[in-house]
Design a protein around this ligand. Sequence first.
Ligand SMILES: [Zn+2]
Length: 188
Amino acid sequence: MDKERVKKLIRELIIEVGEDPTREGLRDTPERIANMYKEIFSGYDSDSELSVQFSEDSDVVIARNIQFYSMCEHHMLPFFGKIHIAYSPNGRVFGISKLVRLVEKYSKRLQIQERLTKNIADELYSQGVKGVVVFADAEHLCMKMRGVKNDVMLSSSAFRGIYENKEEKESIMTLIRKRSSDPSFSKY
Ligand SMILES: [Zn+2]
């Protein structure tokens, strides 16, 4: 990202919304936004480091409640919530921090929730695991602040590998529901 160009564009935007960019409170806003964008769009340059794995024999690993923040590509407003990942390892498991990194790699971009869910499932599945399930629950400011102004939560899911099979899907869902006190799992 060209920081000086971003600053110039934000300054133009401030003028177009009807404000004075030289006003004290707004003077450093282009600089602040340019710095912030570098952070919230850092997913384009990030590596999930999923190649780092540990030997471990486990049937299924479930990582719940990974908090994420992303930016809706239609409105450039935040959408955010929780991602839950389950996978069936092939003799090796990933560190939990790598799963968090994986979520950040795909959330810190211009995104839509459905693709975010698929991107995470695809990259995890490409590491040779037997199967992957990814769920996301999120609220979207573009729905709350504008348009229909509704508090609806969006849920999305992606199933890969053995979990594409109907019976395997049923059994992993039963397991996740059983191990979770969160009633929201019942909707998947
Ligand atoms: Zn939107």
